[in-house]
Design a protein around this ligand. Structure first.
Ligand code: GTR
Length: 340
C-alpha cells in the first residue's frame, strides 16, 4: 500500500518534470525560459550515504548540475528510500524513477544476456573484469539494455568480489555448504549457483538480510567487503570465506522515457557525467574495499581462504550454471576468458 502510494507520488513528480521540460522546449537560453526548463529528477540508490556508489551518485548529480548551469537538478534518495532494487528497476522501467544504480544481478532478470558478466569464477581478477567492461563487450551489453531491460545503461561501477559468510560454521570446503540457508540476490543465476554448492538459496531484498540473520531465518549470505561491513551482517554472520565466487558490476541507469525526451546535448552531458562519476566510484570503491577488509580483519570475524584445490571444486560445481546461463553465449564466454 505504502509502496503503491510512493510509486504514484513518484510518477506524478517525474511526469511533472518531463511535462515542464517538454512544454517549455530546450532551445531558448534566456533567463525565464531557463527557469521554465528546469528539471528536478530523482536518483535511487540502496546503500547509505557514505557507501562509494552513493558518493558517486552525488558526484553525478553535482556534475550534471554544474554542466547544465543548474537547469537539471538530481536528488539522490539513498538507503533504499524509493524501494528495494527489484522495485526500483521496475519504477525506472515505468519512468517513475529517473535514475538508479543497482547491481547487475537483479537487472539480468530482465536482460538475460547480462548474466554472462556475473558468471561465477569468470574473471581472473579485477583488472580482467575492467578490460571486459571497458571494452566492446561491456559497451555492447550496456547499449543492449535499452531494448532488453527497458532502461538506458549509462555506466558500470565497481563492486569488487563477492564472498560467502554465515553464522553456523567456519566455511573451508564445499561440504560445509550442505543445506545451509544462504540468502541470495533476487537473481535466478545466484539461486542456481548456491544450489549447485549444495546449499539452500533464499532470495530476498538486501534491506531484509540484517533482520533475517538476526532472527536466524537464514544461516548466511554472500557479498563484498564493504557491504558485509556497512550492512552490519558481520555482527551475526561471523564466518567469512574469501572464495571470490563472483564479480558483479553495478549499473548506473536512466529511465528510457526520460532519456528519449532529452535533447541530444543533454544526453551528451548525462553520458559524460556518468563516465566521470564512474571513474570517481572506482577510486572510492578501491579505498572503501581496503578499509572494510582491514576493519573486518581486525575484528573478531573468522576469515578463511580457499585452498586452490577447494577453489577448483567450487569452480567445477558451477558447470550446471554455465550450461544454463551460458547457453548460446559460448563464443562470448570464450572471448571474455581470452581477454588479457
Ligand atoms: C551489493 C550491491 C547492492 C545489492 C546487494 C545485495 O553489493 O551493491 O546493490 O545488490 O549487494 O546483495 O542485494
Amino acid at each position: 500500500m505504502f509502496l503503491r502510494k510512493l510509486k504514484s507520488a513518484a510518477a506524478v513528480l517525474s511526469l511533472t518534470a518531463i511535462a515542464a521540460f517538454t512544454l517549455s522546449g530546450c532551445s531558448s537560453n534566456n533567463d525565464s525560459s531557463a527557469q521554465a526548463d528546469k528539471m528536478v529528477l530523482r536518483y535511487a540508490e540502496n546503500h547509505d550515504e557514505n557507501y562509494p556508489t552513493t558518493k558517486a551518485a552525488y558526484k553525478f548529480a553535482e556534475l550534471v548540475k554544474e554542466k547544465t548551469n543548474g537547469r537539471i537538478e538530481i536528488e539522490v534518495y539513498h538507503s533504499a528510500k524509493l524501494g528495494d532494487e527489484k522495485s526500483v528497476i521496475e519504477q525506472v522501467q515505468q519512468g517513475d524513477i529517473d535514475f538508479a544504480r543497482t547491481s547487475l544481478s537483479p537487472l539480468a532478470e530482465y536482460d538475460r544476456e547480462l548474466n554472462v558478466l556475473q558468471l561465477p569464477y569468470l574473471y581472473r581478477d579485477k583488472e580482467h573484469m575492467w578490460k571486459v567492461l571497458d571494452g566492446e563487450i561491456g559497451q555492447n551489453l550496456l547499449n543492449g539494455m535499452a531494448d532488453k531491460a527497458n532502461v538506458v545503461g549509462l555506466s558500470w561501477f565497481d563492486s569488487g568480489a563477492r564472498n560467502f559468510y554465515d553464522s553456523k560454521l567456519i566455511l573451508n570446503e564445499i561440504e560445509d555448504f550442505q543445506n545451509l540457508r544462504i540468502r541470495v540476490q533476487e537473481s535466478s543465476l545466484m539461486v542456481d549457483a548456491v544450489k549447485a554448492l549444495g546449499a539452500d538459496p533464499v532470495p530476498m531484498p538486501y534491506g531484509d538480510v540484517t533482520a533475517a540473520l538476526e532472527k536466524g531465518d537464514i544461516d548466511g549470505a554472500e557479498n563484498n567487503w564493504p557491504s558485509y561491513e556497512s550492512s552490519g551482517h558481520y555482527k551475526n554472520a561471523r564466518y567469512y570465506v574469501v572464495d571470490e565466487h563472483t564479480r558483479v558490476p553495478e549499473v548506473q541507469m536512466i529511465s528510457k522515457k526520460l532519456w528519449d525526451s532529452l535533447s541530444e546535448s543533454d544526453q551528451q552531458i548525462i553520458r559524460e557525467c556518468a563516465a566521470e562519476s564512474a571513474a570517481y566510484e572506482k577510486a572510492e570503491w578501491a579505498k572503501s574495499e581496503q578499509e572494510a577488509e582491514a576493519k573486518m580483519r581486525s575484528s573478531d570475524v573468522t576469515i578463511t581462504e580457499l585452498t586452490p584445490q577447494e577453489r577448483q571444486k567450487f569452480q567445477d560445481a558451477m558447470s550446471s550454471v554455465y550450461e544454463e546461463y551460458g547457453r548460446n553465449m559460448q563464443d562470448l564466454i570464450t572471448q571474455i576468458k581470452n581477454i588479457q
